[in-house]
Design a protein around this ligand. Structure first.
Ligand code: ATP
Ligand code: MG
Length: 455
């Protein structure tokens, strides 16, 4: 909206001042991803896409808005996400006065499982799926913690054995290798099955009650609704109580232990290092058996870059037919922060050529030629007029140089009269130039192409 209009009277005939607008900014905790940084995102996405194909995971895209009930049921009512962090609202009512409770997805496992159940995707057997996209949580923004952040996730549905838990961990490990991360370590735990957790729960509550004076408000509230989550606390004052608590892993029966051992045997055979962390419970309610996190010490407090586990009971809670499932999600911002920490440079996608067009009359021929070059796979940047016009020949060359292009294409009047364009080398000393025929662009297009930039 325009700011208050200026009160003073204007002399007759004077030009009205341009209206002033208040500068708008992005929502707190929600970031713009700008070039050149966005090149790093594209590089990660391309690497992930290739890797997912190698492991035969197929892409799924689900809506950002879902019914709030999906997350309440899927993630659990007594979780930070559902209690405090979700962007949930009542949609405008329809003509019957009905409105829907909707939420911006805070994570995507529930959405994927909803889609799988809704479309009966498992009718012809198990499925391996992956996704990427923005997630939303109203958290306190800080390094590695944003209100809009991005996840890449992989989910395998319909598989019951530990080998697919292992496959997912191997897939994540392959990703760290592919993007040059060598100090993410794997923490592993097993949460067993609901009956085993019930046994443990009674003893855990008794232990926590004995130390009631040391519990914070959150813990007191969760003591009877979700005591396992207390083990996931980030409050240092409760560290001692939590460390002395009975360990769920000591309550697991033979089948749960066999699943855990099966997973560990495959990781061992693949030389994947891990530590078993009996206090690892994960923030979401839906996990059973295997849970894991990939963590680093290099990102301060937000050290978990990827987290996942098995969630065999989730699909039933969402109204689908029973099917075991396991998956993980990584935080794109944290992974890229770590890539940067390791000193990797952003690949700058320089064009192969920059078109210098001294006179607007040459534009039709120039753009036709550039179009043919691009069809042949050449990356070409066009010089366009700004509010100050096209600029001098010299200033255009400066821009060509600054673009990082290897070649300048000069569409001058003389060369056009001869039916040619001049190709001038800008790198490696530069200067060398050669005339190319406009009539047969395909014949010389490949001479402009340089190999794709390496990360
Ligand atoms: P944390 O313990 O750091 O809050 P979480 O257990 O809430 O993480 P998950 O729900 O398991 O996280 O999400 C998987 C991954 O997504 C995390 O390991 C992290 O890398 C990333 N992530 C989660 N929340 C955020 C956020 N607010 N901003 C940036 N990345 C996030
Ligand atoms: Mg969290």
């Amino acid at each position: 909206m325009p700011l208050k209009e200026e009160a003073q009277a204007r002399p007759a005939g004077a030009k009205a001042p341009a209206p002033k607008f208040e500068k708008l900014s992005a929502v707190k905790g929600m970031n713009d991803i700008l070039p050149p940084e966005s090149a790093r995102w594209e590089w990660l996405e391309a690497t992930v896409r290739e890797l997912m194909a190698r492991y035969a995971y197929r892409n799924i895209r689900t809506p950002i808005l879902e019914h709030t009930a999906l997350f309440v049921r899927g993630i659990g009512e007594v979780t930070d996400i559902v209690e405090k962090e979700m962007y949930a609202f009542e949609d405008r009512s329809d003509k019957h006065g009905q409105f829907e409770h909707l939420a911006m997805r805070p994570e995507n496992t529930a959405g994927v499982v909803r889609a799988v159940a809704e479309h009966n995707l498992l009718y012809d057997g198990p499925k391996r799926l992956w996704y990427t996209g923005p997630m939303f949580r109203r958290e306190k923004p800080q390094r590695g913690r944003y209100r809009q952040f991005h996840q890449i996730g992989a989910e395998a549905l319909g598989f019951a054995g530990p080998e697919v838990d292992a496959e997912l961990i191997l897939l994540a490990s392959a990703l760290w290798k592919a993007i040059g991360l060598d100090d993410v370590r794997l923490e592993l735990n097993s949460l067993g099955q609901p009956a085993e957790r019930a046994l443990h729960r009674a003893q855990l509550i008794a232990h926590l009650e004995r130390h009631a004076d040391r519990l914070d408000e959150d813990a007191k509230r969760r003591l009877h609704s979700n005591p396992l989550r207390i083990l996931d606390t980030k409050n240092p004052a409760m560290k001692e109580v939590v460390e002395a608590a009975p360990r769920l892993i000591d309550f697991l029966g033979a089948e749960s232990l066999a699943h855990f051992d099966g997973l560990k045997a495959i990781l061992n055979a693949n030389a994947i290092g891990y530590t078993v962390n009996p206090r690892l419970v994960r923030g979401l309610d839906y996990y059973n058996l295997t849970v894991f996190e990939f963590v680093t010490d290099r990102l301060g407090a937000q050290g978990t870059v990827c987290a996942g586990g098995r969630y065999d009971d989730l699909i039933v809670q969402i109204g689908g037919k029973p099917a075991p499932a396991v998956g993980w999600a990584l935080g794109v911002e944290r992974v890229l922060d770590l890539v940067k920490e390791q000193g990797a440079a952003v690949p700058v996608p320089a064009p192969d050529a920059y078109a210098v067009v001294p006179d607007a009359a040459a534009m039709p021929v120039a753009l036709r030629t550039l179009q043919q070059l691009r069809e042949a796979g050449v990356r070409v940047q066009m010089h366009g007029a700004t509010a100050d016009g096209l600029g001098s020949f010299k200033s255009q060359f400066k821009k060509a140089d600054a673009s990082g292009a290897a070649h300048a294409l000069v569409f001058g009047a003389d060369e056009l009269a001869r039916g040619e364009v001049t190709v001038k080398a800008l790198r490696d000393g530069g200067g060398a130039q050669i005339a190319r025929p406009l009539a047969d662009v395909a014949a010389w297009a490949a001479t402009l192409q340089s190999p794709a930039p390496q990360h």
